[in-house]
Design a protein around this ligand. Structure first.
Ligand SMILES: NC(=O)c1ccc[n+]([C@@H]2O[C@H](COP(=O)([O-])OP(=O)(O)OC[C@H]3O[C@@H](n4cnc5c(N)ncnc54)[C@H](O)[C@@H]3O)[C@@H](O)[C@H]2O)c1
Ligand SMILES: O=C(O)C[C@H](O)C(=O)O
Length: 296
């Protein structure tokens, strides 16, 4: 349990969430947990400083992340509506896939509701850092404890970009061939888990770990510190309106989105080839607003 969280309000359309909240309350040292179901989404988001979404349908083998927009957008729209009604100043962190489209989708919806703050909407891409770190350490046969590789771009097979030239500690180096092999490997890991779980879900434990890492840092920001955390957010620096990378975040949201710094030729190639995919995904998310809102 994360000791920095004082109060945790869980929401699910299904009543089973009440039992899940009760079970979490049995753990010592954690937050006070309440469950909210059905029509009680407004009560669940009321007075929360951070609203986190990790709902609904994980993809099935054969699906791409972008196939999940229709399955997952409606509930995200409802969360945005509840924010507009109950808690317009909260931070919104989105782990629901497809992140590349869901963040622009939520941003457009919040804009329509008159409460969009681009500095307070985050897509959680931390899992790509965890995977890169683990498998790079394995390839180099070093401890993964202190190893860190920044990962930028987006969260999909075509847009995850590990920056091996910024790996720390600096004495660890991967050669160009290893960089390409690891990049292609890490890009496929989400799909591989979905395949191996045979339609029963996705990387549940990995995302729990990654969300905790991200939220732990974000809570420090909410509590007044200036921190660095990787997220997919509004970003004007790469030729797409959204882009992931280490951002500086403070109590009022993102202070400085990830900016370009010198890339090697391979990283430049990856960035240039990811931008058209991110633009496509951003358009898919924004276009879905036009599909959904007239029906509401
Ligand atoms: N960002 C990441 O790194 C990352 C990693 C893994 C999974 N995901 C995404 O997280 C989401 C969930 O995946 P999972 O594998 O945990 O799935 P899961 O099936 O294990 O969990 C989904 C949960 O959503 C709940 N739910 C369903 N309908 C709901 C509704 N209308 N309102 C509220 N809750 C609802 C279900 O009760 C269930 O508890 C998917 O979109 C998946 O792609 C993201
Ligand atoms: O791949 C998925 O569908 C889930 C998640 O995005 C992951 O990377 O594991």
């Amino acid at each position: 349990m994360n000791q920095k969280i004082e109060r945790l309000q869980l929401y699910d359309t299904h009543e089973k969430i009440i039992g899940a909240a009760m079970a979490l309350n049995h753990l010592p040292g954690g937050p006070i947990v309440s469950g909210f179901a059905g029509e009680k989404l407004g009560a669940a988001v009321r007075s929360s400083e951070l609203i986190l979404t990790l709902h609904r349908v994980p993809r099935k083998p054969g699906n791409k992340r972008e196939d999940m927009i229709a399955a997952n957008a409606l509930l995200l729209q409802k969360v945005c509506r509840a924010m507009a009604d109950e808690n317009p100043n909260a931070f919104l962190a989105i782990a629901t896939n497809p992140i590349n489209s869901m963040v622009p989708f939520a941003s457009s919806i919040l804009y329509k509701y008159g409460i969009y703050n681009p500095f307070k909407v985050f897509g959680i891409t931390q899992i790509d850092i965890a995977r890169t770190r683990t498998y790079t350490a394995e390839a180099l046969q070093v401890s993964n404890q202190n190893l860190f590789v920044p990962v930028i771009g987006g969260h999909s097979a075509e847009t995850i970009i590990p920056l091996f030239s910024y790996m720390t500690p600096v004495e660890h180096v991967v050669n160009p061939c290893q960089a390409d092999t690891l990049t292609q490997f890490v890009r496929k890991l989400g799909t591989e888990i979905v395949f191996q779980k045979q339609g029963s879900g996705s990387a549940v434990v990995g995302v729990a770990h990654s969300i905790n890492e991200f939220c732990d840092t974000l809570i420090d920001a909410i509590n007044g510190k200036e921190v660095e955390a990787t997220c997919y957010s509004a970003n004007p620096y790469f030729g797409s309106r959204f882009f992931a990378g280490p951002a500086t975040i403070g109590p009022y949201g993102i202070v400085q989105p990830f900016r370009k710094f010198p890339f090697n030729d391979y990283e430049t190639f990856l960035v240039n080839s990811s931008v058209p995919f991110i633009n496509r995904d951003v358009n898919l998310g924004e276009d879905y607003v036009k599909v959904l809102l007239p029906k509401l």
